[in-house]
Design a protein around this ligand. Structure first.
Ligand code: DGT
Ligand code: CA
Ligand code: CA
Ligand code: ZN
Length: 594
């Protein structure tokens, strides 16, 4: 049976709306599709069931004609109407939809007036001034389009871990359960939990390499085959990412897994440790250097090679404690492993609760009760709500009265949990341009905690942005600083800010720094956490969930925290209910003017 997801249907409807707009269709017809897409995004029921029971029409925003299209899509995986509609447009036009700031009206204009039908043609037309001359465009618009095209090619071939994790995990699971597979793992940057991944690397131990390779290259996620070799296959998945598969013998598995996990820099250090012991290390084995090469090794006769059945044995052979994949970036992990000084890294199971989540009160898609249910489902003891403040009007930020009404609602809801679970009332308070906060202290004082975030006025010199943020976190009510750099991965660079200076200020004021676990942000970056830890700054891992399902973002946050060498003692949301309250109150009690 063809499988098409609710979100894929929603995306298809968005695409139809764009095409209809290009055709100049009437606005009601277009809106039927955008409304349907919205309705699907927020619909939490079972779509197939709704079709079977003929109840699609009951979903608000879905009329009869749309209901029929959903039925067709679920049954066949395709939509004849869309296939027919597409034919009228040059294929290159669809790529233009991905360019930021280029809506249907502008695409229509460059297509009809300049005959531009692809991104390269558009780039040329921006450069030679034709786009700037179009009515309603101008030089600034042309420059913006050009910048967006450049950003797009800069990020090509790179993927946010959150976008590819579902595919990667599903494929791994299928490999693991394949009857010919003895062992399987993902290696590479994905295993090291990098925030951006170039390609996926699967390693499999098998006695039937051909069967496994065939299974891999014929998988339904595969769009095209790049290489189909005896020990290595490469494919392009439908999601756009390349996936490599290496098939090895069981005895080679720990070496292949270790080598292809990387990082390259980490591998180089391991290899030189092997050399120093009179051995050579490669992706298949550890062996004695030949007599000729052996000359180079110091310290007389080469040592006997211990048996290696798993990665741990390899590290032991090299006289190192086991190094978790997240730490393998050649940032001091080898020296620490040698001295038995590696930290006991945080694990997902250590988390007891979390902060910074949104509800329907601002721009979230789920209610307070739905968010609380989902958090309990995950086994958390508490959930922090932090909806936007009024300055974030585009995110329906709350005015003080609505915020305080939400606080009252939270206090009521908490009574129903019988002490086993608690919602903490907070806010994601905008840091205004001058570093003041969007709410006065009297309002903030009524909350359990405050996340302060920069959401506007990104373009200011580094010194100014830095003092803006320092002023904000100097407020006793600011419990934690949200997404420190404001970056959106593969889309928007960080604003100019002096991170070490902010870390110092956080340490001085007792402000927690957030590790925003949304896979779009993963901010503060893992490379800064060792410094923050050294300065005594504590971390809060926050999913920034705008839907109950996004509480799962915590998984990505934990990966980044581990890359940042953090332990459960460094992360405040490991504290259980009963202890976390004091942590949230600590700064305001210490700094509050008496
Ligand atoms: P990516 O895919 O760009 O996000 O990053 P990786 O780390 O997954 O890199 P990839 O897929 O090119 O290769 C996987 C691992 O294989 C890499 O982390 C280390 C190892 N490797 C690849 N090429 C070399 C090399 O030339 N020398 C060494 N020592 N290791 C290599
Ligand atoms: Ca890779
Ligand atoms: Ca690779
Ligand atoms: Zn935010």
């Amino acid at each position: 049976m063809p499988t098409i997801t609710k979100n894929e249907i929603a995306e298809l409807f968005e695409a139809i709306a764009l095409l209809l707009e290009l055709k100049g269709e009437n606005v009601f017809k277009i809106r039927a599709y955008t409304n349907a897409a919205r309705a699907l995004e927020t619909f939490t029921g079972d779509l197939a069931k709704a079709v079977a029971e003929n109840q699609l029409g009951e979903i608000p925003g879905i009329g009869k004609a749309i209901a029929e299209k959903i039925t067709e899509l679920l049954a066949t995986g395709e939509l004849a109407y869309y296939n027919k509609l597409k034919v009228d447009f040059p294929p290159g036009l669809f790529e233009m939809f991905d360019i930021q700031g280029l809506g249907p009206k502008k695409i229509k204009a460059v297509w009809e007036k300049l005959g531009v039908t692809s991104v390269p043609e558009l780039e040329a037309a921006c450069k030679d001034g034709r786009v700037a001359e179009l009515p309603g465009f101008g030089k600034k618009t042309a420059d913006n389009i050009l910048a967006a095209i450049e950003a797009r090619s800069k990020y090509a071939g790179r993927f946010r871990i959150g976008d590819i994790a579902p595919d990667a995990e599903a494929l791994l699971e299928e490999l693991r359960t394949h009857p010919d597979v003895l062992q399987a793992s993902i290696a590479g940057s994905y295993r090291r939990r990098k925030e951006i991944v170039g390609d996926l690397d699967f390693i499999v131990a098998t006695n039937a390499p051909e069967e496994v390779s065939n299974f891999f290259i014929k998988h339904e996620q595969v769009e095209s085959i790049i290489v189909n070799g005896a020990t290595k296959s490469s494919v392009r998945l439908k999601s756009g990412i390349q996936a490599d598969l290496r098939v090895v013998k069981t005895s080679e598995f720990p070496f292949a897994l270790n080598y292809f996990t990387g990082s390259k820099e980490h591998n180089i250090v391991l290899r030189s440790r092997a050399l120093a012991r009179g051995w050579t290390l490669n992706e298949y084995r550890l062996e004695q250097l030949s007599k000729l090469e052996g000359r180079k090794s110091k310290g007389g006769a080469p040592q006997t090679i211990p048996d290696v059945y798993e990665e741990r044995d390899l590290y032991r052979a090299l006289e190192l404690d086991y190094i978790e994949p997240e730490l393998r970036e050649d940032r001091g992990e080898i020296a620490a492993a040698e001295k038995h000084e590696l930290p006991q890294l945080l694990q997902v199971e250590n988390l007891r609760g979390t902060f910074h989540n949104h509800t329907t009160a601002s721009d979230g898609k789920c209610t307070l009760a739905e968010m609380a249910d989902a958090a309990q489902e995950l086994g958390l003891q508490y959930l922090g709500i932090a909806d936007h403040s009024k300055a974030s009007f585009q995110a329906h930020g709350l005015e003080a009265d609505r915020l305080l009404a939400q606080v009252a609602e939270i206090r009521e809801l908490n009574k129903t949990f019988g002490g086993h679970f608690r919602i903490f009332a907070g806010v994601e308070c905008d840091v205004l341009k001058d570093g003041s906060l969007d709410f006065p202290d009297e309002v903030l004082a009524q909350l359990d905690y405050v996340v302060a975030s920069v959401h506007a006025s990104f373009t200011m010199p580094e010194a100014e942005m830095t003092s803006r943020i320092i002023r904000a976190i100097s407020n006793p009510y600011v419990t934690m600083l949200g997404h420190l750099t404001g970056r959106i991965l593969l889309s928007r660079e960080s604003y100019q800010v002096n991170v070490p200076a902010i870390i110092d200020a956080a340490a001085a004021t007792g402000t927690i720094i957030e590790l925003n676990a949304s896979p779009w942000r993963l901010d503060m970056d893992w490379r800064w956490w060792p410094l923050a830890k050294e300065k005594g700054v504590r971390c809060a891992i926050n999913p920034d969930a705008h839907h109950s399902s996004q509480l799962n973002n915590l998984w990505f946050g934990v990966g980044i925290a581990r890359k940042g060498w953090l332990t459960r003692n460094d992360v405040v949301n490991c504290l259980p209910l009963g202890q976390i309250e004091a942590e949230l109150a600590r700064k305001r009690t210490a700094l509050r003017p008496s």
